[in-house]
Design a protein around this ligand. Structure first.
Ligand code: ADP
Ligand code: MG
Length: 403
């Protein structure tokens, strides 16, 4: 395990924390402050230890000058101020040479948030290319670096990876929670272990599928992922989303041959059509017409998948069953979540869309663990390590206790 914040000497120190404050904002209003709330344990711990706290985070995608207008962290600083009940100072300038003086006069427990680190990407991608001068500037502001942005930990960025090269570093509470939960539930799962994999593009998930297949007992497929497998099996999937790449199709063929008895594919679907946006029909999987588009799984598929789920002690879900953003095609995802909710097993959901579907469809409190890491969670499961966590100092091994 990496060095935990509780094992780092932070008392009375100046601490720079990389948070994940990439929250959804519309017209300057924060739509969901879950990520800010998730950071409070670390922030409160540092306040309690009389630290001066400097906060870094990115927000959104910043490719043009105009993007800066919509991606300022200022509303986040305001919300954090409400949540901690203390002043949160804000610096619009990130690489401001005056910052050390400003920090000097801060009092213990004071907070200072710097503007969106991705603003440094214009014009020279200093953040995204992990410019070490930027990292060393950040490090020069503090005595200790705390990495608490799990969702960014797969990024080789200046505010993620570089700082730990210069000052003592440790992980914050929310990173620790993610690492422990993923290790406990998914690296050594209780069997039978079912993986449910839906979503859009097969290429995004192929490595993850290949990693999980030897470990799991069942792999239940849905969405665009299942379509590509159906295509290999010569089903007519009409105009549905599926890969065109020969190399991918060949890999899927090998997977089908090697893991035949673990794989489950849809028996039916709800389909739309290419020429009529109001079209929505139920079809068996061998009845799909040339102009039809698979948009969700049908009831028979869910009945079949339920048999594997019922036998499982651990279930991991990534990807949605269908195009859940369209209410007509969200039922498969909703019904699946309902089945999982009523299953007495360890249930873990990972992935950006998957976790937001769980929240939006009303199942927020019905799972053992909702991993907040998005792409970082999937990369950790696939590769077993993350560049932003690798950079942090090692701590003692800790024993993971059973639930
Ligand atoms: P996560 O972000 O949790 O890793 P994905 O992005 O892989 O999950 O899956 C969600 C996306 O998959 C949604 O945007 C959804 O519209 C899309 N999707 C699901 N089923 C289909 C389908 N049959 N055809 C096209 N897109 C699909
Ligand atoms: Mg997604």
């Amino acid at each position: 395990m990496k060095l935990r914040i509780e094992n780092m000497d932070v008392k009375n120190k100046t601490v720079i924390v990389r948070c994940d404050y990439n929250v959804p904002i519309y017209n300057g209003k924060i739509l969901d402050d879950t990520k800010i709330v998730a950071s409070l344990e670390t922030i409160q711990y540092l306040i309690k230890n009389n630290c001066k706290i400097i906060i870094l985070s990115h927000m959104g995608k910043v490719k043009t000058e105009e993007d800066k207008l919509y991606n300022t962290l200022e509303p986040v600083a305001k919300r954090l101020k409400e949540l901690v009940g203390r002043e949160v100072y804000f610096s619009r300038e990130i690489l401001d040479p005056e910052l050390p003086k400003r920090i000097e006069i801060m009092l213990p427990g004071d907070l200072l948030m710097l503007e969106n680190t991705r603003f440094l990407d214009i014009p020279n991608q200093l953040e995204s290319r992990c410019d070490l001068q930027v990292s060393s500037f950040f490090a020069s502001l503090a005595d200790v670096f705390v990495m608490d942005a799990f969702a960014s930990s797969h990024r080789n960025h200046a505010s993620v990876v570089g700082i730990a090269k210069y000052i003592p570093s440790c992980i914050g509470f929310s990173v620790e929670r993610e690492l422990i939960s993923i290790d406990k539930f998914l690296q050594n799962p209780e069997h039978p272990f079912s993986v449910i994999m839906g979503g859009g593009k097969i290429e995004d998930k192929l490595e993850l599928i290949s990693t999980l297949l030897p470990k799991c007992d069942y792999l239940l497929l849905a969405g665009g992922i299942a379509n590509s497998f159906l295509k290999v099996l010569n089903f007519n999937i009409g105009a549905s989303l599926a890969t065109e790449k020969e190399k991918t199709l060949e890999t899927l063929k090998q997977i089908l041959l090697t893991y035949r008895e673990k794989l489950m594919l849809p028996l039916d679907a709800l389909v739309g059509s290419t020429y009529d946006e109001h079209y929505a029909r139920y079809k068996k999987i061998d009845e799909i017409g040339d102009n039809e588009v698979i948009k969700d799984v049908g009831v028979r598929t869910l009945e079949k998948y339920k048999t594997a789920i019922k036998k499982s002690k651990t279930i991991f879900l990534n990807g949605t069953m269908g195009v859940y953003e369209d209410i007509r095609f969200s039922n498969g995802t909703k019904e699946l979540l309902n089945i999982l909710k009523n299953q007495n097993a360890i249930t873990v959901v990972g992935g950006g869309d998957s976790v937001s579907a769980v929240k939006n469809l009303g199942f927020k409190d019905d799972f053992t663990y909702l991993s907040v890491g998005g792409g970082a969670t999937l990369e950790y499961l696939t590769k077993g390590h993350l560049v932003g966590i690798d950079a942090i100092m090692d701590g003692e091994e800790i024993e993971i206790l059973d639930v």
